[in-house]
Design a protein around this ligand. Structure first.
Ligand code: FAD
Length: 308
């Protein structure tokens, strides 16, 4: 990847924490993706703030990564700094019905912890891969729940380096979208980072909440393929399901190189072990073409393309 004085300056400032030419396949659920020029794993919120501030100071492009579950990273990798967020502190207040969680915490684990504290509202998130930050950015949801319905506010790092609390309404949540997701394609200087989320939950009975989570996990186990995947590749078009359309088009099991449409679920694209990101993108584009040709429907990506 590119080398520049700025990158060298940033690498020096990050010291041993910065990893050069780190393969991103290790950090994505699809297990594809070329190297990041520079990568840092942050275990605390202040480290995330510092990494972004340094990247801005050295004018190096940067990109946050949570669990890497909703991204397709190009085989050519990502220019600049990739910041892997593993800041995962969490506090629960059953009396007030609230939880405050750092953005690098795994959402599914937070859902379990909430139930252990007798707090209801996040059961839908059990088994949903990825971090709280990634979930807020993409307004993740399942089983008639989503982030928009439980988030009260979030602490964000803004374009000027300010750390501020923003109410949920500020995020302009839509179906698998937020103002931050839409802004991801914008300039680095304008981009926000989610540092922590505050959730409004309700008291609930631990045994019945646990039973509901078991049902959800069983549903995922039987309906979703296991293996390297990004989950749903496409958003559901109005009044239809992307997976259903793909299956009706006869594309179940269709393969390009090492990338394959799951036999179990048409909207899940799998890495059979040898896929490149190019294979996956060709499969995505072929699927979009076939659905357009057969049904006149435009399939919009739910996943994000990174480094293309
Ligand atoms: C098997 C499987 C099942 C899935 N099922 C579901 C489902 O039922 N419902 C659903 O909604 N999704 C589902 N997904 C998709 C995925 O789990 C969610 O989109 C998840 O919320 C992504 O979180 P992440 O931490 O992996 O985000 P990443 O993929 O790491 O990042 C996604 C985007 O958010 C940005 N980002 C990440 N963290 C931050 C931050 N702190 N601040 C600013 N930007 C940030 C990244 O730069 C990127 O643009 C599934 C995925 C898989 C693999």
């Amino acid at each position: 990847m590119s080398s520049s004085l700025d990158l060298d300056g940033l690498a020096e400032a990050l010291g041993e924490r910065g990893r050069r030419d780190e393969p991103l396949a290790h950090y994505t659920a699809m297990r594809v993706g070329g190297p990041a020029d520079l990568l840092i794993i942050c275990e605390g919120v202040s480290e995330v703030v510092e990494a972004v501030s340094l990247a801005r100071r050295f004018r190096v492009p940067w990109r946050l990564l949570g669990g890497g579950c909703n991204v397709l990273v190009s085989d050519r990798g990502v220019e600049g700094l990739v910041i892997v967020n593993r800041a995962d502190g969490a506090t629960f207040n059953p009396a007030k019905g609230t939880a405050r969680v750092e953005a690098g915490a795994l959402l599914s684990g937070v859902a379990r912890q909430a139930v252990e504290h007798g707090l209801a509202g996040l059961e839908w998130a059990v088994g949903l891969p990825g971090t709280v930050g990634g979930a807020i950015v993409g307004n993740a949801g399942a089983f008639e729940g989503d982030i928009a319905s439980v988030l009260y506010s979030a602490m964000v790092l803004g374009p000027e380096g300010e750390v501020v609390e923003r109410p949920a309404g500020w995020f302009e949540f839509g179906y698998r979208s937020s103002r931050i997701k839409q802004g991801e394609t914008g300039q680095d200087e304008e981009r926000y980072v989610v540092l922590a989320g505050a959730f409004k939950l309700e008291p609930g009975r631990e045994d019945s909440l646990k039973a509901r989570m078991e049902e959800i996990l069983e549903w995922r186990r039987t309906r979703h393929p296991s293996g390297a995947t990004m989950g749903s590749t496409f958003k559901n078009p109005p009044d239809s399901h992307a997976g259903y359309l793909i299956e009706q088009a006869g594309l179940r099991g269709y393969r390009v190189g090492g990338a394959q449409i799951s036999e179990l679920h048409g909207n899940f694209f799998m890495n059979t072990g040898t896929a490149t990101a190019d294979d996956v993108l060709v499969l995505i584009e072929y699927t979009q073409h076939e659905i357009r040709r057969r049904f006149g429907i435009e399939l919009e990506l739910e996943i994000e393309l990174v480094g293309w």
